[in-house]
Design a protein around this ligand. Sequence first.
Ligand SMILES: NC(=O)C1=CN([C@@H]2O[C@H](COP(=O)(O)OP(=O)(O)OC[C@H]3O[C@@H](n4cnc5c(N)ncnc54)[C@H](OP(=O)(O)O)[C@@H]3O)[C@@H](O)[C@H]2O)C=CC1
Ligand SMILES: O=C(O)[C@@H]1CCC=N1
Length: 274
Amino acid sequence: MKITFLGGGNMAAALIGGMVERGFAAADIQVIELGAEARAGLSERFGVRAVEAMDDVALGCDVLVLAVKPQQMKAALMPIAGRLGGQLVISIAAGLRLADLGRWLGGPGAPYTRLVRCMPNTPALIGAGVTGLFADPSVDAAGRDAAQSILAAVGSTVWAETEAQMDAVTAISGSGPAYVFHFIEAMEAAGRALGFDEAGARRLAIDTVLGAAKLAAGSEDSPAVLRQKVTSKGGTTEAALGSLAASGWHDALVAAVKAAEMRGRELGAELGRD
Ligand SMILES: NC(=O)C1=CN([C@@H]2O[C@H](COP(=O)(O)OP(=O)(O)OC[C@H]3O[C@@H](n4cnc5c(N)ncnc54)[C@H](OP(=O)(O)O)[C@@H]3O)[C@@H](O)[C@H]2O)C=CC1
Ligand SMILES: O=C(O)[C@@H]1CCC=N1
């Protein structure tokens, strides 16, 4: 399967790195990327072909992954509008809807429909990503399987039932690593404030998140039950959770995820008007 990435930034690099690490041939992967430094980095790190503009070799792929920022997408697709010949197109862009992508790709009056929306996340780089997928109803089983096989190589996959759910996936797991890194930053800051050096505070924070996530993933207990098992009556955890509850932490996180979901919908509506 020959795969071309349009855009070679952070998320494309995470996907390519994870795919190459897990057995995809670098020779079958190409990247179209405007930045010379980014192109050189992708070639050096992963051994893939990276070029500045779409050429016939890159367009002759089986799967085209759209990995530019949503705001860059329409302009990035102009040079290939009306030139696709049945390639499966996978968009990883936040917010952008299949109907608008299809219109931009299809050329006058002929929307392109062999399209799958996917929302991966950056832990794909180490094979620990999670991706939500939604296919245009016209995509056949072979097309869905191809999309699934690419994203399953770098983590777990979840098919969304409706396209609207893709904005929720974006808000939960697409952006989610940033929330977790922010949590680690706060835990590390607390460790520093309580007398640890940076390395010690970071180790305690990261290994706690890692261990708790692994325990939650492998346990039959729900996260709530696992939390209760840490929380001794009248103990230290109860004091911490009481403080978090008083500052509205749970509701703040739910509101944050909803803000991300709303931004995804806004992006789709704003950019799709063009
Ligand atoms: N980062 C993440 O965690 C995730 C991102 N996504 C989605 O992935 C997409 C990319 O995000 P991300 O990797 O963070 O963004 P980046 O800005 O890091 O990557 C986009 C890259 O595409 C380049 N580019 C822009 N226009 C073109 C063009 N016409 N031809 C070739 N290359 C072009 C950009 O160059 P330049 O910098 O010069 O503009 C940039 O290097 C977005 O749509 C985002 O919604 C999805 C899931 C997670
Ligand atoms: O912040 C963003 O818009 C992208 C989409 C999900 C993660 N990063």
